[in-house]
Design a protein around this ligand. Sequence first.
Ligand code: SUG
Length: 440
Amino acid sequence: MSAAFEVNFDGLIGPSHNYGGLSDGNLASSKNAGDVSNPREGAVQGLEKMRLLVRAGLVQGVLPPLHRPNFDLLVSAGFKGSDDGIIEAAGRQAPRLLKAAYSASSMWTANAATVSPSADTDDGLLHFTAANLSTMLHRSLEHPDTTATLLSLFASDQRFAVHGALPAHPDFSDEGAANHVRLCAEHGGKGVELFVYGRDAGEAMAGFPARQTRLASESIARAHGLDPACTVFARQSARAIAAGAFHNDVVCVGALDTLFFHEAAFEDTSGTINTLRRAAAGLFELRPVMVPEAEVPLQDAIRSYLFNSQLLQFPGEDRLVLVAPMEAQEVTSTRKFCEQMVAGNGPIGRVEYVDVRQSMRNGGGPACLRLRVVMTEDELAECHPGVILDEALIDELQGAIRKTYRDRLSPADLADPAFADECRLAREELLRILGLEDIA
Ligand code: SUG
């Protein structure tokens, strides 16, 4: 077994971060629709979260924002002429479409792809499948550019396999790593991969959309060459989706041998845990940490985003650290649960609260903002080095953001053609700093 470690690739919040109200079933997105956003503050907050992990001695990567506005979408909708003319016309005739074209949603890299480390795959390659994100229009635009970014960062076909997104049909709805958890004894050892889906292909939908199908999850597991004995498919509870858990990572997070989840996360909670235990037999002993409804009502779990936390092994600490949103400290039931949990002798020994409020107001907590990639030293050596952060690089990115991003952005500002140029220039500066000019 080669030693491996988890690299978190966070999405850098883009200059067009705004509250578009585009995501049905995502309560924060609906609640804050139309509010003024603060792109500069948001991007700085995200980088401060990355700095926390760098300071802890973890390897931290970053993925640049995608090019926005997405003119292809506007042209597909029949707008033509100069860039300025397209934006002006879309601002007048189709403001919601313009918001979709401008969405900075690629910041939530937990939805960029599903990742299977080389220890789990039959060909020994590290596999990525870009998520089609086909449920939401604004998110469905991401995958071609996400695939291109992944191919550029993970270029070696001796080490990596980057798969394009599944077909853009509701039967294949896929939201990437937000509905996927890898459990293991050590990162470099063989793991158990848990895929959580909200509906079957072809199943009728009512209420908030279930964004992941079982068919999509199974297709990815096949493409990645996973061992069926170590792959588990579990259904997310309809109650969780109806309450606003539009991805499994709103009610569940796992790392190493630990699964931290709400009692209502799965349709069949005890069945899921038993199946995971069987899949892990001989590899590791699963440590489930279930949060009971009686202590944290589902509604509190969702509004605090307690489970949308990063669960990390910090060097030098013997228990796991939960990097949670500040909102989980502000909600009484979740704060109390955390206090009791760390005072006990379970696998989670500490909670570190972080401020990612700008992203949270669109339904994206600390866990949404990162894509976990378990890598060996050799694999890391093949990854584009410009995106691996140290504090000096974080400072440089923050300097560029302070110079090029707006402090305030209202949805109406998107109709100003000059803003498109600002976004382009800001992104070009970030790509230059990261040595990624080739994906401009
Ligand atoms: O897909 N919000 C994102 C939040 C994604 C969170 N990711 C995870 N849970 N992993 C979404 O709903 C809101 C955009 C807007 O309304 O402008 C948005 O897309």
